[in-house]
Design a protein around this ligand. Structure first.
Ligand code: FBP
Length: 551
């Protein structure tokens, strides 16, 4: 093992907490609820998932401590990194060993690709111990390959059979758990005795519902970004000469931007879901920010902090329509487009788009046009982390302020600094919350395997309370599915949980944002604390706190 820091050394000794149902091991008592349905497009989802659709929600209570037969389990990390992935694997390892010490865990390498290609390593206790409570996915790597063809499923079966693997755990976000659901359905409908269980991962925080209170990694990533935003707020208020435009990760939903706003109280935070609901044009967003800049300038404050969600561009109504057209266009002409250089792709798009979308596309800076024509990821998503929305908005606000100066409605100075916080937070050492939550999700996945479940997602609830009150169980993945358009086709996918404008976190933000715009009310959350008093070490996100406050 490479040299480790004093913090890593001390952190390795941290013993994550478990819900009481798992305290005696992963052989649990299972209580089954009523049959379930899908969030939307019920009949289509039922017809695609004929073998797994409708399974009940299950809740666990502590068993008698007696395990069962040994199992060989495969594990995959899928999609973007999120703090705590190693603890899910450690929890899964300890969980299957509690079922039977002869159980074995195999890690498929580099994501779903490893499952298809049969690239795999056994995860023994010395490997697991070296990664406990660490950030990163480097134990086995990750990838974004989409599992959807029968050939891939057959290759997965053959690779599992070689190692006598009877259960797979897929640790991933909405797209990866959609993969897990497809695979579970394929195995069950073909009488292949391999269970598939998912674990909810993504810093984006958009894989959540009544049963999945948070996706892991959201807590840690938001704390890392909030620390940096807090530092920048201090710098802005010290130098008093820059407006900082900070883009925050989150491919689609604005949960990260909202949580960071709640933690740090910036002058501006754009929430994409509000932009879509109010049908705000790009011009309206620019006007809103310019208005805050002008008001602060009038009060003698030519500085500020603005948070921009990474996914914003896809929520601006006219750009959303444009992207949907571009997606279909690029998918339908993939071969020809792949052979073009960036400038030719832009020309091609301009020549084929509808008149409305062409006008919108033509208005965008050339750099953004090129970025919108970039390849989609394997799941058909625009790679928004590559689109420099923060730069675009800073420039557009500058242009608007110049016009306002000419009209006599603004008389300040506007200098900008742009930042993008994304990759900085994805591999941080998990906070206590994520360390405990992830370990519990993994251990709980072992309990689902022990209970013979397939097509389920590991669910640990009541997480605003201490772990001694957490509730363990599982929910059928089909319950979260609907039909969406991807790569020019209708596909079954897990529905993303977007920021709810009538939810408590957004309402709290909306009630305070005017004051935060006018005043300099920055909060400095500081770095994640791993050791010390519980009130600074064992926090939950403001989002979760407000969601569960019942307000
Ligand atoms: P997941 O949904 O797979 O967890 O990924 C989240 C994310 O970090 C997004 O916030 C971001 O847009 C994207 O991954 C970046 O992808 P990549 O790592 O491929 O650059």
């Amino acid at each position: 093992m490479a040299q480790i820091s004093p913090l890593q050394k001390a952190r390795a000794a941290y013993a994550p907490k478990l819900p009481p149902a798992l305290a005696k091991g992963a052989a649990v008592r299972v209580e089954e609820g009523a049959p379930t349905t899908a969030v939307a497009d019920v009949e289509k989802i039922r017809s695609i998932f004929q073998s797994t659709f409708g399974s009940p929600v299950v809740t666990f209570s502590a068993g008698d401590g007696k395990g069962g037969k040994a199992v060989n389990v495969g594990v995959i990390l899928s999609g973007g990194q999120a703090p705590g992935g190693h603890n899910v694997i450690a929890g899964l390892f300890d969980g299957i060993k509690s079922l039977n010490p002869a159980s074995r865990l195999f890690g498929f390498l580099k994501g779903p690709d490893g499952l298809v290609k049969g690239e795999v390593m056994e995860l023994t206790s010395d490997i697991i111990d070296a990664y406990r409570n660490t950030g990163g996915f480097d134990m086995i790597g990750s990838g974004r390959t989409k599992l959807e063809t029968d050939e891939q499923f057959e290759a997965a079966r053959a690779n599992c059979e070689k190692l006598n693997i009877s259960a797979l755990t897929i640790i991933g976000g909405d797209d990866s758990n959609t993969n897990a659901c497809m695979l579970a359905e394929y195995f069950k409908s073909h009488n292949i005795p391999i269970q598939v269980v998912g674990c909810p991962k993504t810093i984006d925080g958009d894989l959540k519902n009544e049963w999945i209170e948070a996706s892991f990694g959201f807590d840690t990533a938001c704390r890392v970004y909030s620390e940096l935003i807090g530092n920048i707020g201090r710098d802005a208020n010290s130098a008093k000469k820059y407006w900082h435009f900070i883009k925050l990760m989150g491919r689609s939903a604005s949960h990260i931007a909202l949580e960071c706003a709640l933690q740090t109280q910036p002058n501006v935070a754009i929430i994409s879901e509000e932009v879509a609901a109010k049908k705000m044009t790009l011009g309206a967003i620019v006007d809103q920010i310019a208005g805050v800049v002008a008001a602060r300038a009038k009060a003698g404050m030519n500085f500020g902090v603005a948070l921009i969600p990474e996914g914003l561009i896809e929520f601006v109504p006219e750009i959303k329509v444009l992207i949907a057209e571009l997606n279909d266009l690029l998918a339908a002409n993939a071969e020809a487009v792949n052979a073009m250089d960036k400038a030719a792709k832009v020309e091609f798009a301009l020549s084929k788009l509808s008149a409305e979308s062409r006008a919108v596309f033509a208005m965008l800076p050339n750099g953004i046009q090129m970025q919108l024509c970039n390849d989609r990821d394997p799941h058909g998503n625009v790679q928004v982390s590559l689109i420099e929305t923060e730069k675009m908005l800073a420039e557009m606000v500058g242009t608007r302020l110049k016009a306002m100066k000419a009209e006599g409605t603004y008389n300040g100075k506007f200098s900008t600094q742009v930042h993008f916080f994304g990759y900085e937070g994805r591999c941080a050492a998990p906070s206590n919350f994520d360390a405990d939550y992830c370990y519990s999700l993994g251990f709980n996945a072992a309990a689902l395997i022990g209970a013979g479940k397939t097509g389920y997602m590991s669910s640990v609830r009541n997480t605003v309370k201490p772990a001694s009150e957490w509730i363990a169980g599982g929910i059928p993945i089909t319950m979260m599915m609907n039909i969406e358009r991807r790569h020019g086709h209708d596909k079954p996918v897990i529905r993303k949980a977007l920021v709810e404008l009538d939810g408590a976190p957004f309402r709290y933000f909306a009630a305070h944002r005017e004051a935060w715009a006018q005043e300099t009310a920055y909060v400095y959350p500081g770095p994640i604390q791993y050791f010390g008093p519980s009130e600074v070490c064992d926090l939950v996100t403001k989002t979760l706190e407000l969601e569960k406050s019942g307000k």
